[in-house]
Design a protein around this ligand. Structure first.
Ligand code: 6R9
Length: 652
């Protein structure tokens, strides 16, 4: 990124003419949303069906000690009915979900809204049969198969709260999440095929359940037919039960503020937090952003490549698109299997119109050459999107030129698990895009840039500092599951009166926002958020490790890689085998996504006299930028730094 004016890419006149919002519409709607949020959302809250319409729109406070977020609080609705039932009369035979399996040899499925209704009702009845009631928690640990969407919507239908755990997570991580929300049931599958390999989900669940209450039941979906062990009375066969289950299930009447789901996410300290989203505001926001950001029109085929284990999969594979009556594509596989052309093969096969993926995938595919893209007919594409981390202009340009052939606006969407939906993004018919900038606030979003030190709002258009939000929006998380104090402390205590996102940003002379990355101890590996504290505690749990410090460093494909400084127990000799062992250890403790990239043996770590590890210094060494270590005068033992520099793993 430079300060010189970057190139901009304006949408075509044709795109603008068809778009839900052109520049003037955006300006008008945005101004209205900020001047009168309650009036604006009263109108747009009507985009979903209410059982009992709301009369109160906004009741929110960001005051530390008294944080309260409620939207549409006296309205009632059912989220699943909004995503399915209300479309039956007009689009019952339209495809709701296209499912593309891991292997291109296996047949894709087209699931209509009618079929979705039947499957979700059956699953809902199975949940009830297993004792799940309104307000109970259900953990979903499934591959990217249609049953994952059925399970989410079945929970929503009966008012149960789902908590999805990414199928790449280990048994330990799964157990912590089952126990964290005291789930009654876990829904899993025998195995998860991905990239030609299989993850033994059921046996992971078995291992996790050893650490959970023995009343937790396990519903098992057959995916591969692979062998699983079975405990009668605890394990239940979904496919068998579905044959018997009724396909009639009345949707429960839920309050707008009843929780819809919990999703655990990494923070800068300690245990992952259970982010709580509720029903009404979340759905309004997910649906509206899906329509405007992607400029979705009836009949379009829309594909978001995320996993339902991440918030992107919740808002932009399932809830947003289905609330809009869209056709949403769900992909079980990975971008590079059977080869690096798979994304484009799927786009051609299903005539995808909007394609939404992560910068890390773009960078990985960019490295494989253009021939994998050029083989396919991508003329159906109208719009491209990215999410998860800052996109470097080189990857943006490749996406624009090679994939989009210069015809497709790119929406770089900045948002978080906590925000429920897009916060900053160009609207494709309204804004000329800039490679690397998330650009403009969505309707109702009031971003501010604060001076990190003083906490003062910087009013000048050009500004650099921390990104905060001045007021609530309907998709905002409501609390941390079981720990409202932690919610307030994490997001509202550093800068009083604001929601603090944890990201740094720059605002340019045009008022466009550029995200500069996390300002806390959270790293972003291939678009996956990870607290360095989580990796550290996994490492120190190993019997040979005395101490560990983990930081991110720039990585060509992953965005950030995981750099670990490890101090071994007295008498333990470092070796390549031990490095391997520690890598495997962390993978087992957390999951493959947390696998350390570089492990440096550190006889000592740079600490202040009060014993605080100085991560700033470790970060600089990991970045191979030790010329600018800054002030090291407060170090207890300055000599350890020289040793770390001499033995750094990331020499240019
Ligand atoms: C949706 C999602 C949130 C963090 C966020 C930021 C980073 C996401 C970004 C981006 C730059 C973008 N992030 N989108 N950074 N540009 N377009 O990713 O949620 O997993 O909670 O991560 O990801 O650092 O704070 P989540």
């Amino acid at each position: 990124m430079t300060d010189s004016a970057p190139a901009t890419y304006a949408p075509s006149a044709e795109f603008i003419a068809n778009a839900h919002a052109d520049a003037a519409t955006y300006e008008k709607m945005y101004a209205a949303s900020i001047e009168d949020p309650a009036g604006f959302w009263a109108e747009h809250g009507k985009r979903i069906d209410w059982i009992k319409p709301f009369t109160q729109v906004k009741n929110t406070s960001f005051e530390f000690g008294n944080v309260n977020i409620r939207w549409f609080e006296d309205g009632t609705l059912n989220v699943a009915a909004n995503c399915i039932d209300r479309h039956l009369a007009t689009r019952g035979d339209q495809t709701a979900i296209i499912w593309e399996p891991d292997s291109p040899e296996e047949e894709a499925k087209h699931i209509t809204y009618k079929q979705l209704h039947t499957s979700v009702c059956r699953m809902a009845n199975i949940l009830e049969e297993l004792g799940v009631r309104k307000g109970d928690r259900v953990v979903i640990y499934l591959p990217m198969i249609p049953e994952a969407a059925y399970a989410m919507l079945a929970c929503a239908r009966i008012g149960a709260i789902h908590s999805i755990v990414f199928a790449g997570f280990s048994p330990d991580a799964l157990a912590a999440r089952i126990n964290g929300c005291d789930a009654k049931l876990i829904i899993t599958a025998d195995e998860a095929p991905r990239g030609g390999r299989k993850t033994p989900l059921k046996s992971n669940a078995d291992a996790a359940l050893l650490h959970c209450k023995d009343t937790v039941k396990c519903l098992v979906v057959k995916r591969t037919g692979g062998q699983t062990t079975w405990i009668d009375g605890r394990d239940f066969d979904y496919n068998e039960m579905a044959l018997e289950a009724s396909d009639v299930c009345a949707p429960a009447e839920m309050n707008a503020e009843d929780p819809l789901f919990i999703l655990y996410t990494s923070g800068s300290t300690g245990q992952p937090k259970g982010v709580v989203h509720t029903s009404g505001g979340y759905l309004v926001y997910a649906a509206m952003t899906h329509q405007y950001t992607f400029d979705y029109h009836d009949g379009d085929i829309y594909w978001c490549t995320a996993d339902v284990g991440w918030v992107t999969g919740h808002s932009y594979i399932v809830y947003g698109p289905l609330a809009n009556g869209a056709t949403t594509l769900m992909f079980e596989g990975v971008p590079t299997y059977p080869d690096a052309g798979r994304f484009w093969a799927v786009c051609e096969k299903h005539k995808v119109n909007q394609f939404y993926t992560a910068p890390t995938a773009i960078r990985a595919l960019m490295g494989q050459g253009t021939e994998f893209v050029e083989k396919y007919d991508l003329s159906s594409l109208k719009l491209l999107g990215t999410v998860g981390e800052p996109i470097n202009p080189e990857a943006w340009n490749w996406y624009n030129d090679v994939v989009g052939k210069g015809r497709c606006p790119i929406v770089d969407t900045w948002w978080q698990t906590e925000t429920g939906g897009h916060m900053l993004t160009p609207l494709p018919g309204a804004h000329a895009t800039k490679p690397g900038s998330a650009q403009k606030p969505f309707f109702g979003v009031h971003p501010v840039v604060l001076d990190a030190q003083t906490g003062e709002e910087i009013h000048a258009t050009e500004a650099e500092g921390v990104l905060c939000l001045k007021d609530s929006w309907p998709g905002q998380m409501r609390t941390v599951w079981g720990d409202h104090e932690r919610f307030e402390k994490t997001y509202f205590s550093d800068y009083k009166g604001y929601y603090f996102a944890g990201d740094g940003c720059r605002r340019d002379a045009d008022g466009d926002y550029w995200i500069t990355g996390r300002v806390d101890d959270v790293i972003n590996v291939s678009g996956h958020r990870m607290g360095t504290a989580e990796v550290e505690s996994a490492l120190v749990a190993h019997p040979k490790v005395a101490e560990a410090a983990v930081v991110g460093y720039p990585h060509d494909v992953k965005g950030q890689g995981i750099y670990c400084y490890v101090t071994l127990m007295n008498g333990v000799e470092p070796s390549e085998e031990l490095r391997k062992e520690l890598r495997t250890w962390v993978r087992t403790e957390i999951g493959p996504i947390a696998s350390p990239d570089l492990i440096q043996w550190a006889p000592g770590l740079p600490k202040t006299r009060s014993g605080k590890i100085m991560r700033r210094i470790l970060r600089k060494i990991a970045e191979d930028d030790f010329g600018s270590l800054g002030d090291t005068s407060t170090l207890a033992e300055p000599a350890v730094v020289d040793d770390l520099i001499a033995n750094r793993m990331n020499k240019a």
